[in-house]
Design a protein around this ligand. Structure first.
Ligand code: TXD
Length: 307
């Protein structure tokens, strides 16, 4: 198993570190445009492996020769949001970056599975899909796992219980219009409405929607990366181990949920072939309307791309 991480910044380096610790790859390549940085981080990470007991060989580079024949490529290259900046404002700059990165990746790794992390997530996943020419099964975006993890964390904080016992699903685009599905939120199988009143649930849903900006406002010089990296690695691991996990990810819809031609977050089954199934869940009328609104916003932003 050979895995490449494009972008050795906060998310990329953390993804690489977790992959190394979990030994999900025999060979792991970190690519970044900053001279020396990916080499330094990769060597440092490689030097941690004798202590961690991992056999993952970590290589850093400013080019693509070393990435040849990768099975999975995680794309984190791009700018992170700064305070006051919307995900949409990032679109133009990051589209150029993701386009050029994808072109270079596919030349060296034509059979790879692409996992996109760069923002605005759903639109960048579309860019990678379009530019790569890969089938939709091999291009997916990471967002729903992170948004769901934030939602679960906030519920756990509210109730003072373990995050492990909270089952939830956040659908839709990765943005202010994401749709946490309250109707499918349970605590060890028991509906959330038996634990929390409507006003509290609404407050948690709002905090989930604003989860990214909450961290940006604390950090000031960057955006979240520990939870985003953990989420991306959960997808990597599902592919590497052919786990058939059911996880919310951004994929190209082709008529599912009545939507065509746009990436948006839905539950999918992930295994060694990438997106192995798209799961259509029943939504309440309100959830359906919110989901469709979210998907149409992504579609409108895709329409603004100059590819
Ligand atoms: O839920 C999600 N999908 C997200 C998305 C959660 C967290 C972060 N999210 C987005 O991922 C964020 O808005 C950014 O668009 C990316 C990467 O975030 P990160 O926090 O890692 O940003 P950094 O630390 O600025 O790192 C970006 C790196 C940096 O080292 C640049 O030099 C590099 O990307 N970069 C490139 N690498 C390779 N090739 C090119 N062209 C390139 N351009 C920039």
């Amino acid at each position: 198993m050979k895995i490449t991480v494009i972008g050795g910044g906060n998310v990329g380096a953390t993804v690489a570190h977790i992959i190394t610790q979990k030994q999900l790859a025999n060979e792991l390549v970190i690519v970044d445009v900053v001279e020396g940085m990916p080499m330094g981080k990769a060597l440092d990470m490689y030097e941690s492996t004798p202590i961690e007991g991992s056999d993952t060989k970590v290589i850093g580079t400013n080019g693509y020769d070393e990435t040849a024949g990768s099975d999975i490529v995680v794309i984190t290259a791009g700018l992170a949001r700064k305070p006051g900046m919307t995900r949409e404002q990032l679109q133009e700059t990051n589209a150029e970056i993701v386009k050029s990165v994808t072109e270079s990746v596919v030349k060296k790794s034509p059979n790879a599975i692409l996992i996109v992390v760069s923002n605005p997530l759903d639109v960048m996943s579309y860019v990678a899909y379009k530019v790569s020419g890969f089938p939709r099964e091999r291009v997916m975006g990471m967002a729903g796992i992170l948004d769901t993890a934030r939602y679960r964390t906030f519920i756990a904080m509210e109730l003072g219980i373990s995050v492990k016992d909270i089952q939830a699903l956040v659908l839709g685009g990765h943005g202010d219009s994401m749709v946490p599905l309250v109707s499918y939120t349970t605590i060890s199988g028991v509906p959330i409405t038996q634990f929390l009143d409507q006003a509290t649930i609404e407050r948690i849903v709002k905090r989930t929607r604003d989860g990214g900006i909450e961290i940006v406002n604390f950090l000031k010089t960057g955006s979240a990366y520990y939870a985003p990296a953990a989420a991306a690695v959960e997808m990597v691991e599902a592919v590497v181990k052919d786990k058939k996990r059911i996880l919310p990810c951004s994929v190209l819809l082709n008529g599912e949920y009545g939507i065509t031609g746009t990436f948006t977050g839905v539950p999918i089954m992930i295994g060694k072939k990438g997106v192995e199934k798209i799961i259509e869940v029943k939504l309440t009328p309100e959830e359906k309307a919110a989901f469709e609104k979210s998907a149409s916003e992504v579609k409108a932003n895709i329409g603004k791309l100059k590819l």
